[in-house]
Design a protein around this ligand. Structure first.
Ligand SMILES: Nc1ncnc2c1ncn2[C@@H]1O[C@H](COP(=O)(O)OP(=O)(O)OP(=O)(O)O)[C@@H](O)[C@H]1O
Length: 325
C-alpha cells in the first residue's frame, strides 16, 4: 500500500524565511501520527501544502498516492481541521453539519454517524454558541469526518483547551486512529499527544529531525544518575572526582550533579564519592523521558522568534543524528 503521505525535498519559503526545508519523509497508513515541533517549525505550512492550500516553492509530495499538484484527486478522502472551526453560532451542531454536508454534496446520513463518532449525540440540537471550546473542537472533527476520510489531518486540535478538554480530544483521536484511518495531528507540545501517537515526525525550523515510531524514539532515551552531596559545598569537588573517574558530568541544578550513565553505575558513583570522603544525600538512576529526548532534539526552546529563525543555523543535535529517514 502506498504511504499516507510522502514528500521529496519539499520546500516552502516566505521571503527569507524557510518554513519547510527540503523535507523528505514518508508517513505510514493507519494509526495516529504526531507532527511535533516548536512554534514556527513549519508544521502548519507542511499541512497546508499537503491539503493544497499553499503551493510548495520546490519539491514534490503525494497524499494517498496522489500528487499534491492535484488536490482534487484526494480531497474526497481527506478530512481536515486546520483552523479553529467556523460554525454558525446560532445554529445547532446538527444544523451546522447538515448544511456543511449539503454544501459539500455529501450524504446527510453521515451527520448522525459523525456526531456519534465524536460523542456529541444528545447535545447536537443545542446552539453551537453554548458549546465549550472542547465541544467546538469535537464538532470541527465531526465536520472533518463527514466525507468518511481515509486520512484525517488536524492542526493543533488541543490548542487552547483546558486539561479535561485535552484528555477528551486525545481519547477521540486515539479511537479514530484505531478505526483504521490515518490521523495526522500536529502539536508544539509533545506531552499533549505522545500518549496517543503510534508514529512521530519531529521538525524544527522546517527541518526533519525524526520520523519513526514512538518506541524507536524511546529506545534512544539515555539514562543518568542524579547525585547530590550531603553538603552543597562539596558539589564542585564531587564533580571533579566523578569526571576524573571517566564520567560525563553536568550540573542540572545547584548542589546537584547529573552523571550520564545507566542505573548500574549508581553503586560505582557512590563508591567514588565515598572514596573522596564525600557523603551523599541523594542518588537516583533515571531514564530520560520522551519529552526530554524531544527537547534535546528541538533545542529545548519554546519556538523561534521570526528574526532569529531566518538567521538560524541548523545544527542537528547529536541525539537526532540519523533520525531523519
Ligand atoms: N503566510 C505566511 N507569510 C509569511 N510567513 C509565514 C506564512 N506562513 C508561515 N510563515 C512563517 O513560516 C514559519 C513556519 O510557520 P508555521 O505556521 O508553518 O509553523 P508551525 O510549526 O505551524 O508554528 P505554530 O506551532 O506556531 O503554529 C514561521 O516563521 C512563520 O512566521
Amino acid at each position: 500500500m502506498t504511504a499516507a503521505v510522502a514528500t521529496a525535498s519539499l520546500r516552502r519559503t516566505f521571503g527569507s524565511v524557510v518554513a519547510v526545508d527540503d523535507l523528505t519523509t514518508s508517513l505510514p497508513r493507519g494509526g495516529v501520527i504526531g507532527l511535533v515541533g516548536p512554534n514556527g517549525s513549519g508544521k502548519s505550512t507542511l499541512i497546508r501544502m499537503l491539503l493544497g492550500l499553499v503551493r510548495p516553492s520546490a519539491g514534490t509530495a503525494e497524499v494517498l498516492g496522489e500528487p499534491i499538484t492535484d488536490p482534487r484527486a484526494y480531497a474526497g478522502q481527506v478530512g481536515a481541521l486546520v483552523e479553529g472551526p467556523a460554525f454558525v453560532p446560532g445554529l445547532s451542531a446538527r444544523a451546522n453539519l447538515v448544511s456543511l454536508a449539503r454544501l459539500r454534496r455529501l450524504p446527510v446520513s453521515r451527520v448522525d454517524e459523525v456526531l456519534g463518532a465524536v460523542g456529541l449525540t444528545g447535545r447536537d440540537r443545542e446552539p453551537v454558541r453554548r458549546f465549550s471550546l472542547g465541544m467546538k473542537q469535537r464538532l470541527g472533527i465531526a465536520a472533518a469526518l463527514l466525507p468518511d476520510p481515509a486520512l484525517l489531518v488536524l492542526d493543533e486540535p488541543t490548542n487552547g483547551l483546558d486539561p479535561a478538554g485535552i484528555v477528551e480530544i486525545r481519547a477521540l483521536l486515539q479511537d479514530l486512529g484505531r478505526s483504521g484511518r490515518t490521523v495526522v495531528v500536529s502539536s508544539h507540545l509533545l506531552s499533549e499527544i505522545e500518549s496517543i501517537c503510534t508514529h512521530l515526525v519531529v521538525v524544527r525550523f522546517g527541518v526533519l529531525l525524526y520520523n519513526g515510531t514512538v518506541a524507536d524514539l524511546l529506545a534512544r532515551a539515555g539514562t543518568h544518575v542524579d547525585v547530590a552531596p550531603e553538603h552543597a559545598a562539596d558539589t564542585e569537588r564531587l564533580g571533579r572526582v566523578l569526571a576524573d573517574a571517566g564520567w560525563h558530568v553536568t550540573t542540572p541544578a545547584p548542589g546537584r550533579l547529573r552523571v550520564a550513565a545507566d542505573g548500574d553505575a549508581a553503586a560505582a558513583v557512590n563508591r567514588a564519592a565515598a572514596g573522596a570522603g564525600i557523603t551523599l544525600r541523594a542518588l537516583t538512576a533515571t531514564r530520560d523521558t520522551l519529552e526530554s529526548v524531544f527537547l534535546q532534539m528541538t533545542g529545548g526552546d519554546g519556538g523561534e522568534p521570526a528574526a532569529g529563525r531566518a538567521a538560524a543555523a541548523r545544527p542537528v543535535p547529536a541525539a537526532a543524528e540519523g533520525g531523519a529517514r
